[in-house]
Design a protein around this ligand. Structure first.
Ligand SMILES: [Zn+2]
Length: 281
């Protein structure tokens, strides 16, 4: 049993077959997943897709043998779309969070200085608005952080903002940075966690596997970021939550433990961090 802490099932890649993708996830042992919104429309979909009516609809499509993971959601705007982050939108997010207890995380939000699709100041302002919402609601934040080539500016700005909000817990989604940044994030007393996805399985990710091998047992989780970043074992295919198993296997190898131990550790951390112990439904 595993928890995919970050996927995007509302993306067009899943439009034709989301019911069977969900069923395959459950069959592969993914018992819970966090379906993350990253713009206005995606956050609306994330809310709808973790409501009981949606699950009924999917069960109807699958018929008698339906088996499904528990679906949780988020409200947030990715740095690529940070021009959408107005006070009005954040107010709407807060209403959704207060009305749907399956929304368990804010984001994804963050900083992307690699693509720089929006000006830096706009990304910083959007990130801060998400952190304020997290302070007000008590939910953790799913953080995207990507530096421009040969620069550490995004991670430096990120550490500064995390320090501005000492009570807000963050999951560093798709963690790909170095030991120094991991140490700085993990040293903050609030208890941030790192999330490892497909990138840790790539042949070129030797340094990242070294980082992953040393993270304290209660400070990491796994994710797919599907439909993107397919693990090496399934490279060339569309990524989906079922493939999180491949990432867990690699983490087991580098940490020198059985995959069951990675399942036990990451499930425990995800359940505690996102407050999704038991069924929550
Ligand atoms: Zn994502």
């Amino acid at each position: 049993m595993l928890i995919d802490t970050h996927c995007h099932l509302m993306e067009p890649h899943f439009k034709a077959d989301v019911a069977s993708v969900l069923q395959n996830s459950a069959l592969a042992g993914v018992s819970k997943l966090l379906n993350i919104g990253c713009h206005l429309e995606g956050s609306r979909d994330s809310d709808c897709m973790c409501r009981p009516e949606y699950l009924k609809e999917i069960e109807g499509i699958l018929g008698d043998n339906a088996i499904l993971p528990q679906i949780y959601g988020s409200q947030g705007i990715h740095p690529h779309d940070s021009n959408q982050t107005t006070d009005e939108v954040m107010g709407d997010f807060e209403k959704v969070i207060r009305s749907n207890k399956r929304i368990v995380v804010i984001g994804e939000t963050g900083l992307d200085y690699f693509y720089m699709n929006q000006p830096k100041e706009m990304q910083l302002s959007s990130l801060r608005k998400h952190m304020v919402l997290a302070e007000e609601t008590g939910l953790p934040v799913s953080i995207h952080c990507r530096d421009a080539a040969d620069s550490l500016e995004a991670r430096k700005d990120m550490l500064r903002i995390l320090a501005e909000f000492p009570k807000v817990r963050c999951v560093m989604h798709c963690f790909v940075q170095d030991q120094e940044y991991a140490d700085a994030v993990l040293a903050m007393p609030v208890g941030h966690i790192l999330s490892f996805g497909g990138v840790v399985t790539y042949p070129s990710s030797e340094a990242l596997r070294k980082v992953a091998s040393g993270v304290p047992v209660d400070r990491f989780v796994v994710e797919t970021d599907s439909p993107y970043l397919t693990p090496q074992a399934f490279r060339g295919k569309r990524n989906e939550p079922a493939f999180v198993v491949a990432t867990a296997k690699v983490l087991a190898e580098v940490r020198g433990v059985e995959v069951e131990e990675i399942e036990r550790l990451t499930n425990g951390t995800a359940e505690r961090f996102f407050g999704i112990l038991g069924s929550n439904y």
